[in-house]
Design a protein around this ligand. Structure first.
Ligand code: GLN
Length: 285
C-alpha cells in the first residue's frame, strides 16, 4: 500500500482530534518505527509502498482512542536518550528535562558524588544524570515494582549503572538505606503532585492512560510527598547537599514555605519555558 494513501487516512481520521501538524508527526514516527522509513525518504519517493500496513493501521486505531504515541511504540526520547515506557510509568515531560538541565549545570565539582532520585518511574532523571555525570553514583527509588522493571531496562539500554530500590518514601523505615552508609550530595524528586481538583484541566490522553499512582495527590494534602522527602533530606543530605524538586505550578509559594519551615535556607524557585513555577532547589547550609 502507498504510504501517502495511509497518511491521507491518518488525516481524515485524526485531524479533528489532534490537528494536522501533530497527525503528520505521529505518522512519521510510526513509519520510522515500523518500516524504518524516514520523513525525508518519503518526501523524495512519494510513491513508496509498504507490504504490511497492519501495525500502522492498528496504531491509527489506538490514536483514535487517545492512546499516547509513546505507549503505542513503547519508547520515547528524554534528554537525548532513548527510554522504554509503558503504562506503569509516566511519559517523561519536557519540563523534567529542564530540571535535569538545572541539576547538571549546578554540578561543578569533579569529586565523586552520590545522587538519589525518589519516585524514579521510567528512570529518566536518574539515568540522564548518571549518563552526564560520570563522577556520580546514582540511586533511584520507586514504590512500583513494574516501574522499577522498566527503569532497570532503561539503565541497561543507556549503559549506565543505577542502584534501584523498591520502597515507599511515605512509609519507608529507611531500612532500605541502611546499606547506603553515606549521605547524598543531590536528592531529586518529581513526585505525584496533581490535585484531583485539577483533573478537569487535564487532557484525556493523560487522564485515561498514564498511571494515576504517579500523578495524583489528595486535594487536602497536596504536598504529602514533598513533606516526606524534605524530612528525609534533612537527615540524608551531605553538608553542601542540594535538594531539587519538580513541582505543581500553582504551589510554588507553598513549597517555599514548606522548605523554610524545615530549615532550608537557600531556596530558589524556577519557571519552565512556559513561565510556570515548575522546579525548586534548596539547601540547608
Ligand atoms: N507534569 C505532569 C502532568 O502534568 C505531572 C507529573 C507529576 O505529577 N509528577 O501530567
Amino acid at each position: 500500500m502507498r504510504l501517502k494513501t495511509i497518511q491521507n487516512k491518518f488525516h481524515v481520521e485524526l485531524d479533528t482530534i489532534y490537528g494536522s501538524e501533530e497527525v503528520d508527526s505521529f505518522f512519521y514516527i510510526l513509519i520510522d518505527f515500523y518500516s524504518k522509513i524516514s520523513r525525508i525518504e518519503l518526501a523524495m519517493n512519494p510513491n513508496l509502498e509498504i507490504q504490511e500496513p497492519n501495525e500502522i493501521f492498528n496504531a491509527l486505531d489506538l490514536l483514535k482512542n487517545q492512546k499516547p504515541i509513546q505507549y503505542i511504540i513503547g519508547e520515547t526520547e528524554f534528554y537525548g536518550l532513548n527510554f522504554k515506557v509503558n503504562t506503569n510509568t509516566l511519559i517523561p515531560r519536557p519540563e523534567t528535562e529542564e530540571l535535569v538541565e538545572w541539576i547538571l549545570k549546578d554540578q561543578t565539582e569533579s569529586k565523586q558524588i552520590n545522587i538519589l532520585d525518589i519516585g524514579t518511574g521510567s528512570g529518566c532523571i536518574a539515568i540522564s544524570l548518571a549518563k552526564n555525570l560520570p563522577n556520580a553514583k546514582v540511586y533511584a527509588l520507586d514504590i512500583s515494582k513494574e516501574a522499577i522493571k522498566v527503569a532497570k531496562e532503561n539503565a541497561d539500554l543507556n549503559n549506565v549503572e543505577v542502584v534501584f530500590i523498591e520502597s515507599d518514601i511515605l512509609t519507608a523505615g529507611y531500612a532500605e538505606f541502611v546499606s547506603i552508609s553515606h549521605k547524598f550530595d543531590v536528592i531529586v524528586s518529581n513526585p505525584p503532585y496533581v490535585r484531583a481538583l485539577e483533573k478537569d484541566l487535564m487532557k484525556p490522553n493523560v487522564l485515561n492512560n498514564e498511571p494515576h499512582l504517579a500523578l495524583f495527590v489528595k486535594d487536602n494534602n497536596p504536598l504529602q510527598f514533598y513533606e516526606a522527602i524534605t524530612k528525609f533530606a534533612i537527615n540524608n543530605l551531605s553538608d553542601k547537599g542540594v535538594l531539587f524538586f519538580e513541582i505543581n505550578e500553582y504551589l510554588g509559594q507553598d513549597m517555599i514555605e514548606l522548605l523554610r519551615n524545615n530549615n532550608f535556607k537557600t531556596i530558589e524557585l524556577k519557571q519552565d519555558i512556559f513561565k510556570k513555577d515548575r522546579m525548586i532547589k534548596a539547601s540547608i547550609n
